[in-house]
Ligand binder design. Sequence first.
Ligand code: ZN
Length: 420
Amino acid sequence: MNYLNKKKIDTANPKYRPMSFAKKALEQGEGIVRLTPTWVPRSFCVPGRRIKLHPDDYYAFGGMRGGIDERWFASTTAAQNGPLTSKNEGLSHIALEDGGKVTLGLLKDAVEELGADLIGSRLWNEFKSWPMYSKFFDNMGPLPHHIHPSDEFGKLTGQNGKPEAYYFPPQVNNHGGDFPYTFFGIAPGTSKETILECLKNFNKGDNKITNYSQAFRLQPGTGWDVPPGMLHAPGSMCTYEPQKASDIFAMYQSLVNEAIIPDELLWNACPKNRWGDYELLLEMIDWDLNVNPNLMDNHYMEPKPVTNPAQMQAAGYQENWICYRSHDYSAKELTILPGQTAVITDAAAYGMIMMQGHGKMGVWDIETPSLIRFGQLTQDEYFVSEAAAKAGVKITNTSKSDPIVMLKHFGPKNPDLTVV
Ligand SMILES: [Zn+2]
């Protein structure tokens, strides 16, 4: 053999470069990548056990970490879960079938590498990232009255501010937990001095901040929008929660469900040199937003059909906006009727989670597991590239009786969102 004449491969030429994990995954799914379940524990919560995790696996991260009460979707955002946080906690992984075995890679890395090919040039050019995620949170009891600061205050700790929204999917809410009511805002007429006093009483047991709030009963199949700076104490329904990509929060209620909230969670959104500055905590509250007497008019959300319901029905599906009051994200609930096939077009990339039924979506099998082991793969979560969404995704419901129901979470300024 003549080794001297062996042709030198030009590795700068993309033709000769091995195809990357992300490219392979996008190609394999014809523009739709399969995601694995992303479980997140919270040390201060008791799991509501409605997110289909096997009963033996709720403490899979170890008892110290607390129970698993969240599953994150389409996440490129790491969980801020204290010093024991595990590597890549909160980050979604793509599953690629390669030569008979499944390999995993981070969605975050795929977004960085593929950019506009995955999330579309509209979002890539503006954010250079996937700027939202969604999750289930599933708590047996209520959460403390808390706040997500705006971008202005997020900057103090190098974080984005965070708006979020709730939707209560009927499929995971056969019971509403111990307290299916949400405190929202501050009762009109309350003075700033009163709230400041509550904050200063944080380490004296019950600081009674919800004495100066109002609660709304939660209804499956509806939702709420929570802008930054709004005090809120989520109730115990299992909640689907699209939100801006950030995990910034501060707990303003010191005792909830007979459990003490640690002091560091009060100061969680403040830089270390401002710990003890109660005025800063007060400033983080968007006062006018909180004392608005028309909270329900401005923040409650009933589903709204995306277009004419009769036309959708005739085409084999129903689609509703379920989260539509924020510019930072939006969400839809899509139902494909039994035995029907529909081609669903969207103007933007999205993540999706199956809530009910089974069938095909593009090249993928889609199904809704009833029980998931920690670490087990599923076929219930995918990420749809902008190109695939625009071309139209063909979904077939292979059941004669069960609808397919999926929730779809979109990034900022969804071009289709015109109902608000
Ligand atoms: Zn919140």
